[in-house]
Write a protein that binds this ligand. Structure first.
Ligand code: TYD
Length: 212
């Protein structure tokens, strides 16, 4: 089962993935956690290129291609092999981030992005996508306050950009309501975790349990 986490920067995805992975393991599942961009040697190299605060000359198209190059690698190297052996994959961001940030945020053509994503992923789509709903301002403030948090080139965008990204997510959710679940990410950490557990419990594949 392939579960992705989406939401504005600082929405708590990383913490919630860690908590969910821990809970799933106590239930006997084999879980792989990973993140985009990154999660592979090549992906981490691309991540450094993308987020270098000095790379101000990077064009939106270059950025899009780099995100999708990292995605092609992680799908091939990590996600598909894990899914093929019945593991649960939890991924911090996936293709929806490209549609939300590069599409709605930077205004790139979403049909073109969709084709590029299809090429990068070979058509792999998540079984479930959890959206951690946090106002963009709250997320950015959390990120700025968080000790040890990376502050990257995209975080340095304007509040208007982050609002456009959020509005984009709302459209993506409305277009595929069966794949998405929205969780209030402004609740205390444990309450968010419980809400996520409730959603995931209802979606776990019954037959695959025999393989755990
Ligand atoms: P990251 O440091 O991983 O933090 P977080 O996910 O907690 O915000 O930053 C990832 C950044 O990359 C984030 O600003 C969203 C952006 N991004 C895109 O613009 N397009 C993409 O396809 C992906 C995967 C991420």
């Amino acid at each position: 089962m392939f579960i992705t986490f989406e939401g504005p920067d600082g929405s708590g995805k990383t913490t919630q993935i860690r908590l969910l992975a821990g809970w799933l393991r106590t239930q006997g599942w084999v879980v792989v956690t990973t993140r985009e961009p990154g999660g592979t040697r090549i992906g981490n190299g691309i991540r450094s290129l993308l987020f270098d605060i000095d790379h101000t000359e990077m064009t939106p198209r270059t950025e899009t291609l780099l995100f999708n190059a990292a995605r092609a690698q992680i799908v091939h190297e990590v996600i598909r092999p894990a899914l093929q052996t019945g593991q649960i994959v939890l991924c911090d961001r996936f293709a929806d981030s490209t549609l939300a940030y590069q599409g709605y945020g930077y205004g790139q053509d979403r049909a073109e992005l969709g084709r590029l994503i299809g090429y990068a992923t070979g058509g792999l789509t998540p079984d479930l996508t959890l959206y951690l709903d946090v106002h963009p301002e709250v997320g950015l403030a959390r990120k700025q306050a968080g000790a040890g948090q990376e502050w990257n080139r995209l975080d340095a965008q304007t509040v208007a950009f982050h609002r456009a990204v959020e509005a984009g997510y709302r459209e993506l959710i409305a277009a595929q309501p069966e794949r998405w679940r929205v969780v209030d990410g402004e609740q205390p950490e444990e309450a968010v975790h419980q809400a996520i557990v409730a959603v995931v419990t209802g979606r776990l594949p019954v037959q695959a349990k025999e393989r755990r």
